[in-house]
Structures are given as structure tokens and as C-alpha cells.
Design a protein around this ligand. Structure first.
Ligand code: CA
Length: 227
């Protein structure tokens, strides 16, 4: 499922891109209203996250223009608390509102509600990822194996999500470092190896069949290999 984030605060848009990607969405980002409107009109997005205060074209004007031709669900993000702004936004055609600062879990929950409301085509969209007896519930941020809860840290959960979404594919340390830790790989640090070791101790060690495999000199792959 494809989301468009229109947000001029670079830090926030980066955070949203990362979090929503990890939650399993395809994410496109625009950092001003003009680019945002262009992408929203041209693209085939399932949902828009729209900041209300934007350079170029402000959120409400963008929304009004968009609504002339498109009914893409819109979740407005706003720092303003005034009730009248919210009312104006809803009258203009926003589907929901979220006040900044917001908890990421609430954002995810609201996105789910809007997508569900938008139509049956979204019902089949997986929010639970599986491999063998491993199950990852992306909304509840819950990991289980053989129905036993795995107590993972946030980073371990994100790491496992990435590996699971791309199961069968060898992911290099560099890629994992940049995707999960948002850092460029520095050969001095062994952050990925340490995290993999910890993850493995929870994911594989207590169980009979390992799912997380090291590919020497290449990286790591999550897959269910025949015994
Ligand atoms: Ca803004």
C-alpha cells in the first residue's frame, strides 16, 4: 500500500518515512505543498498524510484542489489546536485529524482505520508477517514463535520486520545499518552483528529450527530451510 507524506519538517518526514516503511507501507515524501499537490494528483496513493502548514501551497488549499478530482483519504497533521481549523479541514474534505506531537502507534491506528474505511481492496493487506511458525503483528508490534511471545527491543523488532519482509533475500550489514539504524556503515562499529546475535538468541536459540542464517561475507537471510 502506498502512502504520500506531505510534510516540510525534514526531521518529521524522515521519521515518518522510516516508521511507515517499517510498518510495511510504500512511502513517498514531498517537502512542500507544490510538490505534494503534484504527486498527489499524479500518483496512485492509498492515503495522504498532509501537514497543514506548508510552504508553497498550504495544506487546506492543497486539499481543496485535490478534492476537485480525487477522493484519496487524507489524514491531516497539524500543530494547531484551534477547533475552527479542524472544522475547516474536515469541511474541506480531510478524513481525519491528528495533532502534533502524536504517538506513532496512534498514527498507525488511524491510518489503518482510514484504509479500512476506504474500501475492501485494503482488507487483504497484510499487517501480520509470517514465516514458518514465526509471526509478526506489525500493528501490535508483537512477535511470536510457536505461539510464544518473543520479547524484542524496538530495534530488534524493526530488524526482524525488515528481514521478514524480504525473507529469502540476503541483506548486507551495510543495508541493515542504513535501514534500521539510519546510519552509514562504519567499519569500526559492530552494531549490526551485536543486534543479530541478540535477535538470534531470542528468535532461534530456544527453538529447534533456525530461521536466521549468516551468509559468510555477504550478510544475513531469514528463511525456513529444509532440515
Ligand atoms: Ca509544517
Amino acid at each position: 500500500m502506498k502512502l504520500l507524506v506531505i510534510e516540510d519538517e525534514i526531521k518529521l518526514s524522515g521519521y515518518l518515512r522510516k516508521g511507515l516503511t517499517e510498518a510495511g507501507y510504500l512511502v513517498e515524501v514531498a517537502n512542500d505543498g507544490i510538490e505534494g499537490l503534484h504527486l498527489a494528483l499524479e500518483g496512485d496513493h492509498d492515503l495522504l498524510l498532509l501537514d497543514s502548514m506548508l510552504p508553497g501551497i498550504d495544506g487546506l488549499s492543497l486539499l481543496a484542489t485535490l478534492r476537485r478530482t480525487k477522493q484519496t483519504p487524507v489524514l491531516m497533521l497539524t500543530a494547531r489546536v484551534e477547533v475552527e481549523d479542524r472544522v475547516r479541514g474536515l469541511q474541506t474534505g480531510a478524513d481525519d485529524y491528528l495533532l502534533k506531537p502524536f504517538a506513532f502507534s496512534e498514527l498507525l491506528a488511524r491510518i489503518q482505520v482510514l484504509l479500512r474505511r476506504a474500501g475492501p481492496r485494503h482488507d487483504a493487506e497484510p499487517t501480520v508477517l509470517r514465516l514458518a511458525d514465526l509471526e509478526l503483528d506489525l500493528l501490535r508490534r508483537k512477535a511470536t514463535r510457536a505461539e510464544q511471545r518473543l520479547e524484542l527491543t524496538a530495534k530488534e523488532f524493526n530488524l526482524l520486520t525488515l528481514l521478514l519482509r524480504r525473507q529469502g533475500e540476503v541483506l548486507s550489514r551495510t543495508e541493515l545499518a542504513s535501514q534500521v539504524w539510519d546510519m552509514n556503515f562504519d567499519s569500526e562499529t559492530n552494531v549490526v552483528e551485536v543486534a543479530i546475535r541478540r535477535l538470534r538468541s531470542k528468535l532461534d536459540v530456544p527453538f529447534e529450527r533456525p530461521l536466521l542464517h549468516t551468509v559468510r561475507g555477504m550478510g544475513y537471510v531469514l528463511e525456513d530451510r529444509p532440515a
